[in-house]
Design a protein around this ligand. Structure first.
Ligand SMILES: N[C@@H](CCC(=O)N[C@@H](CS)C(=O)NCC(=O)O)C(=O)O
Length: 223
């Protein structure tokens, strides 16, 4: 068995946090099945605009449903401190460009930093679009000169273009939201998947053994 999961994420998207957590929790198991993971930072605002979609919080019915969906997801993925920050949504360009530079220049820090960004924004209520707050978060893993370089690159044309290119790549794979996945299976077929609630479909598509929604006997009932 072999395959590849390319996963397009934005720090502004809470479901992308759940997706990254779930993928990381399965990284070793996926490796044992020869399935590669590539995490790609994108700009969700650009995906929404170019695909003609709207963020769920802009459509009243979706916004209402989303409160149920996100509190179920928070429980399922075990992110008990999850809360939507008062400043939501943010313009995520700066943290996303910083992540792209970190992925290229400091690959060993890329996933830990992405996870840390999510935790800071979605559990600790830190506004990562503010450079002074982003600096504090980065200072856990990077030195002052490294942070200066991250900011310099994040505002340079070349690295701005890389975020646009990543976003266009997701759009070329049909993206209308995040988390977006482009999955290649062992026979070389490729398909898109949307949402942190579609892992069972992804495992199935990859031909992996999986077990999830199993009903337990009455004595184990939670109600
Ligand atoms: N049911 C999905 C919801 C994912 C979701 O709502 N993602 C937002 C960003 S946080 C989005 O891009 N939504 C676009 C849409 O719902 O059309 C999940 O559990 O992950």
């Amino acid at each position: 068995m072999s395959g590849k999961i390319t996963c397009y994420l934005d720090v502004v998207s809470p479901y992308s946090y759940f997706a990254l957590l779930h993928l990381e929790r399965h990284r070793e198991a996926l490796k044992s099945h020869n399935v590669e993971i590539d995490i790609v930072p994108v700009f969700l605002g650009g995906i929404m605009g170019a695909s003609g979609n709207k963020p769920p919080w802009m459509l009243p019915a979706k916004a209402k449903y989303s409160t149920f969906d996100s509190s179920r997801a928070k429980k399922y993925f075990g992110v008990h401190n999850f809360k939507t920050p008062s400043f939501f949504p943010i313009l995520s360009l700066l943290p996303q460009r910083a992540l792209i530079f970190i992925k290229a220049q400091h690959p060993q820090f890329f996933i830990p930093t992405f996870l840390d960004f999510y935790k800071e924004m979605w559990e600790n209520g830190i506004d990562l679009s503010k450079s002074e707050l982003l600096t504090n978060v980065l200072s856990k893993s990077f030195t002052e000169p490294q942070i200066r370089e991250i900011f310099e690159k994040a505002s340079s044309p070349d690295w701005k273009k890389k975020l646009n290119d990543n976003t266009d790549e997701a759009l070329s794979h049909g993206a209308f939201g995040c988390p977006w996945f482009w999955v290649k299976n062992a026979v070389g077929d490729e398909e898109p998947f949307f949402g942190s609630d579609r892992f069972h479909n992804i495992w199935e598509y990859l031909g992996l053994p999986w077990k999830d929604v199993e009903l337990l006997p009455k004595e184990r009932s939670k109600i």
